[in-house]
Design a protein around this ligand. Sequence first.
Ligand code: SF4
Ligand code: SF4
Length: 270
Amino acid sequence: MEVDPKKCVACANCVPVCPMGAIYIDPAVNRATVNLDECVECFTCHRGMSKEHLNPTLVRAVRRVAKFFRFRFEPEPDVCPTDALTPQELAWPRVVRRAFSDPLVPHESTGIHGRGTEEVKTNDVTGRVKEGEAGFTIEFGRPGVGVRFRDVQKMTTALVALPVEFEDKNPVSSLMTDRATGALRADVLDEKVMSAILELKTRLEHVPAVLARVEAVAQGLRTIVSIGVSTRCDAAGDDRLAPVLAREGYVFFRGKTNLGLGRRPTPANA
Ligand code: SF4
Ligand code: SF4
């Protein structure tokens, strides 16, 4: 995202709209400026603000006169009065930022909007996590924090030493060049995104080791890490994961229980 300096009147309305704090008024030029290294191309500023098409020269003149008389001419707070926020044509690898940060853009690797994965929300249909297994969603970053793939790679390379299986239908997995080492594509490592979700599964007996590794690696990352663990109940409805988490000292809450109402499509309408 960029700001057209010919149009911007430095009203600063867009500054608080950016969830990454990437927009600032540059006093040297008296225009809004986007810190492109911090911008994750989420399009919140462009899509979230109404646009007026006032004449920039006229608005600047009115603001100067208003300032002289010690009153202020300010547009409505959710408006860019001169339509100055300008999306750029994104090329690889920068386009990765938008794919992971703009919820209206589907991930090419999975075709799914948002973070590009259904996680285990549809496990009753997909059967990703089976009885005796634990599925992990490891989420890096949030609005205001973000994450660079260099930090995600620190986690993936640390986890491959354990008996884990990365989920194929996942946007982070699609950036891996080597599943054996957990390495991601070198050209995306410095890209920053709003958040990314790594998914993997392991046998229930390896859950403590995975939790310990995630916690240890997370301490050294320049972002925040959230973890979700899921399993499939047995035929009696019993859940063997809960006692493991309790033994490891985790206070946890059942976030979601799938009741098995979903059905796999039959071959005829698959
Ligand atoms: S809202 Fe528009 S005119 Fe106001 S500072 Fe931002 S880009 Fe410039
Ligand atoms: S695209 Fe998103 S991160 Fe970039 S300047 Fe706009 S709101 Fe901020």
